[in-house]
Write a protein that binds this ligand. Structure first.
Ligand code: LLP
Length: 424
């Protein structure tokens, strides 16, 4: 049985709190996160030496803080994410490094922050090594390697192979090691992340690619990172990932390497989606119901400015209706779910390529809430202000209490940094 067998088409609460209460608290659309789900996911990863959260999945300070309190370290891919990690209470330095900057480039701001705070860097290009060496003597870095293959839930989330811009090409590792030597930079670890939302079959191939690459680097290696990419069961019947098996595979790899090098090798994992996807819900209100020829539409007050995954990847999210009358059973019909934006692609029930599809959902009326589920990863963080829509509020439910952890933007927020040139 997979977790997704339990997705239901009617729901009255999230983590024990009435959805209507949550909507009243912060207005709709609103992202709601259930802390207990994140904690439960985290507990499943306990065997790994380090769980390093890829905060790009859900970067609200309260979420980072929650995971930090659970013992998680953090990854940062931009100056902004470094700022968030520091604001959430992470120390800049330590062993293992609490914050790792992983990217394929330094922009001026991120390099300044790395130097200022002495942050550990996971280099995705050879150029980063030289640029860091100009500012820091004797830096220890990890290298992100592109093992020559990749896989993701969509071609857009595949980060390996020759079409990917990510990482250092595996066949160039030796050259890059020589360059690191010339710059006095020590390579203390390797990292591979082949894509997001991949599957066990592909993930399992990474461990042996890592083993060969680590042998090439040799004894300076003290850490290997398996990256992120663990899949989420978005649809009924999708398999739940077998973490124990995955850990065994990587543990065997690092044990062999440790024996060869004569010192322990730390094993990191870098999940984003796995920790937050199933914890998040986007609560929307149905504002109009209409029919276009054969098709029935629910138009809700959230659009792809709030949740971009369907328009970007044709991503599937479970949906449920909050029955105003408390009904526990309602007949369903096929319906297309769309948002308020002035763009025809603003449809939550679509397939990759933009083909509109429909979903069997309970018959509902205007004013009822529709909840888009499994939306905690790559949801709020990919929100935009398109159509001058304010970013949605975010609520975290922890120990039975809902907390507004980001208030909804106001129109004043949107206009704050804009100005009209003075004219005489
Ligand atoms: N590490 C690195 C270096 C990454 O680039 C990523 C994701 C992760 C870890 C975390 O991957 P995860 O465990 O979440 O699969 N917007 C897309 C996903 C983009 C992922 C980008 N990198 C989506 O909505 O599916």
């Amino acid at each position: 049985m997979s977790a997704s067998d339990s997705y239901s088409l009617l729901r009255t609460d999230i983590a024990g709190i009435d959805v209507r209460e949550l909507a009243d608290l912060a207005g709709t659309p609103v992202y709601v996160y259930d802390a207990a789900v994140m904690q439960a996911r985290l507990a499943k990863l306990a065997a790994f030496d380090v769980v390093r959260y890829a905060q790009k999945a859900c970067a609200n300070l309260a979420v980072i803080d929650l995971l930090r309190r659970g013992g998680v370290l953090v990854d940062a891919v931009s100056a902004g994410e470094i700022g968030r990690a520091l604001a959430a209470g992470y120390q800049a330095q330590g062993d293992p490094p609490p914050i790792v900057y992983t990217a394929d480039i330094f922009d001026a701001e991120s390099l300044d922050l790395v130097v200022q705070h002495g942050l550990h860097v996971n280099c995705g290009s050879a150029d980063m090594i030289g640029q860091l060496a100009e500012r820091v003597d004797g830096a220890h870095v990890t290298l992100r390697i592109n093992p020559g293959f990749g896989h993701g839930h969509s071609q857009k989330t595949n980060t390996g192979g020759p079409q990917s811009k990510h990482g250092i090409w595996h066949e160039q590792l030796d050259d890059v090691l020589q360059a690191a030597d010339r710059h006095g930079v020590i390579v203390s670890g390797l990292h591979m992340h082949i894509g997001s939302g991949t599957d066990m079959e592909h993930l399992s191939q990474v461990a042996s690619a890592m083993e060969s690459a680590a042998r090439l680097v040799g004894r300076t290696i003290t850490t290997i990172s398996a990256g992120g990419g663990l899949p989420t069961p978005y649809q009924a019947g999708d398999p739940e990932v077998d973490i124990d098996r995955y850990y065994e595979l990587w543990n065997a790899t690092r044990t062999r390497l440790g024996e060869e090098f004569g010192h322990p090798v730390r094993l990191e994992i870098e999940p984003g989606r796995y920790l937050t996807a199933e914890a998040g819900y986007l609560v929307t209100e149905i504002r109009a119901i209409k029919r276009m020829g054969e098709n029935a539409f629910y138009l809700v007050d959230a659009g792809f400015n709030d949740l971009a995954r369907p328009i970007l990847y044709g991503a599937y999210h479970p949906m449920s209706i909050v029955p105003r009358d408390g009904a526990t059973d309602r007949s369903t019909h096929e319906v297309v779910v769309g948002g308020p934006l002035c763009e025809s692609g603003d449809i939550f029930t679509q397939e990759e390529g933009g083909f509109v599809s429909s979903r069997a959902l309970p018959i509902a009326s205007v004013g009822e809430y529709l909840v888009i589920e499994c939306a905690g990863a790559y949801g709020a963080v990919m929100g935009s202000n398109y159509n001058s829509k304010p970013l949605a509020a975010e609520v975290l439910i922890e120990q039975g209490a809902p907390h507004v952890v980001r208030r909804r933007q106001t129109v004043e927020d949107l206009l704050r940094n804009e100005s009209v040139p003075a004219r005489d």
